[in-house]
Ligand binder design. Structure first.
Ligand code: SF4
Length: 319
């Protein structure tokens, strides 16, 4: 393992039991033996359709979910091996931003108090709390004068800024954002993305961004991982994965971006819906949707093979 990895997941598997009457005893496979690394100072993007396991991965890395098997390492130490003090340190240093920031805000708490909560818990003097509140609110583009308002007085974009400010108030090293802009208007999306880029530099963050929007990830990330039905099918430097994608699924995702198909020589398109994660196809799990599938694909799962440039692909047809 690289000394440079601030966070690493090794062989993570996570299944959820479905409990409705019609689906008793069925297991949904969210992650199947997935390994990823986040280097210090890196921005890593995780992309894929809904149900590919990317949000489960984010929650496990943030310590909010426990995997069935596999391990997460923080600064080269397995989370299970951290003592109580170090676990508290990890939770403070690893903050998560959610798609719906409203759900993580107390509707009866003034947003200044919500953002300042970690300062109060840390026993910071009141005057310093006010200074830090102003600094962080300014960093996310909020006027400190609005700190006495309640969450329902803000727009979606402003609430996301509040959510980011709350995360920053814990002085994190790692920011994990799960679909941070997908519920926002296009114009607001760009503002939030630019704020994240600025904050990464200003607060020396390592970031992981989960999104189904590959264009957003290409703009903001150093490296991108493409997930499909609980596995990684392609990963590498963001521009390399985007411009020189090798996995048919990645090509289809790129070609699904409005306006890109005409200028893209690749013709891969996504047909059919994502198969259910309760009955994963045998062999290459993408084979029922892949127009290049050969007999071998139906019974043998491809291995993720990385080239010298750190570009990894799991496909029998890529050597
Ligand atoms: Fe398609 Fe086969 Fe490659 Fe899977 S292994 S992506 S089915 S060609």
């Amino acid at each position: 393992m690289s000394e440079n990895n601030i966070l690493k997941a090794e062989n993570l598997t996570k299944r959820f039991k479905l409990s409705s009457r019609n689906t008793s005893n069925r297991l949904l496979t969210a992650l199947d033996n997935v390994s990823i690394q986040l280097s210090t100072g890196e921005t890593l993007g995780i992309a894929g359709e809904s149900g590919c396991g990317k949000s489960t991965m984010a929650k496990i890395l943030a310590g909010l979910l426990v995997p069935d098997s596999g391990s997460v390492f923080y600064n080269n130490t397995r989370l299970e091996d951290l003592d109580d003090k170090d676990k508290t340190h990890f939770r403070r240093k690893t903050q998560m931003i959610f798609q719906d920031p409203f759900s993580s805000l107390n509707p009866r708490m003034r947003i200044g108090d919500s953002i300042s909560e970690p300062f109060a818990i840390a026993g910071m003097p009141k005057a310093v709390q006010q200074e830090e509140l102003a600094r962080i609110m300014t960093a996310v583009g909020l006027h400190v004068e609005v700190s006495s308002r309640f969450p329902d007085e803000f727009s979606g974009g402003q609430r996301q800024r509040i959510g980011i400010a709350r995360a920053l108030a814990a002085y994190p090293e790692i920011l994990i954002a799960d679909e941070p802009v997908s519920s926002l208007d296009i114009s607001i999306q760009a503002q939030i993305i630019n704020i994240l880029l600025q904050l990464k530099l200003e607060f020396a963050l390592s970031m992981m961004i989960v999104s189904h929007n590959l264009l957003v990830l290409r703009h903001i990330c150093d490296r991108i991982i493409i997930m499909y039905l609980g596995t990684v099918v392609e990963s590498g430097p963001a521009s390399e994965v985007f411009i020189n994608s090798r996995h048919p699924y990645t090509e289809a995702l790129i070609n699904a971006i409005p306006g890109l198909l005409a200028s893209n020589l690749k013709t891969e398109l996504l047909h059919d819906d994502l198969p259910s994660a309760t009955s994963i196809p045998s062999g290459c799990r993408f084979h029922p949707r892949c127009r290049h599938a050969i007999e071998r694909c139906r019974h043998e799962a491809p291995i993720l093979v990385e080239d010298l440039n750190g570009h990894a692909v799991a496909c029998h047809l890529v050597s």
